[in-house]
Design a protein around this ligand. Structure first.
Ligand code: T46
Length: 141
């Protein structure tokens, strides 16, 4: 999808464990103001069902496997986060649904802003209307 990038980040391996990282100015172009994570995530339990009007996010899965389906109202693209060295950089404007493919998977999110329910569109029909308006205004999605 145009404004969603899956990036393989570096893994620094040592006998005692591995370390991965990403940075502003390299993999992401925004400041992270909030971090949240979804855990105790039971398999096949679908979450999401919303879009963000302005929020940018970086997502990673430090444990387990998560499938995230994004749509812009026309096309659907599926991404799988199943390794701590994969990150997804997600621009604003995409409807998403996600599911854990493995019991107790963890999804971490670094977000460009603090929590605001006003930034969410949680109704799919309203999302389609918003996309239509955004396309008319500017190329948001
Ligand atoms: C996203 C996906 C990947 C807060 O009070 N503060 C927060 O920072 C967040 C993220 C949520 N909440 C509240 C809002 C709801 O009452 O926690 C409750 C569960 O949130 P939600 O139903 O939006 O959870 P998910 O897993 O469907 O979506 C979350 C994020 O909300 C969303 O930004 O992209 O993870």
């Amino acid at each position: 999808m145009k404004n969603i990038n899956q990036i393989d980040i570096k893994k620094i391996k040592s006998p005692g464990g591995s370390l991965s990282f990403f940075e502003k100015g390299k993999e992401i172009d925004f400041n992270i103001k909030r971090i949240y994570y979804i855990y105790e995530f039971s398999k096949e339990n679908r979450r999401g069902f919303h879009a963000h009007k302005d929020l940018k996010q970086v997502m990673w899965c430090p444990y387990g496997a998560i499938e995230i389906d994004f749509t812009d109202g026309k096309d659907i693209t599926k991404y799988i986060l199943d390794d701590p060295t994969k990150i997804l950089v997600v621009n604003q404007g995409y409807w998403r649904e996600f599911v854990s493919l493995k019991e107790n998977s963890i999804l971490c999110v670094g977000a460009s802003d603090i929590y605001s329910e006003d930034d969410y569109i949680r109704d799919y029909d309203k999302y389609l209307e918003w996309v239509e308006e955004s396309y008319n205004d500017e190329d948001t999605v």
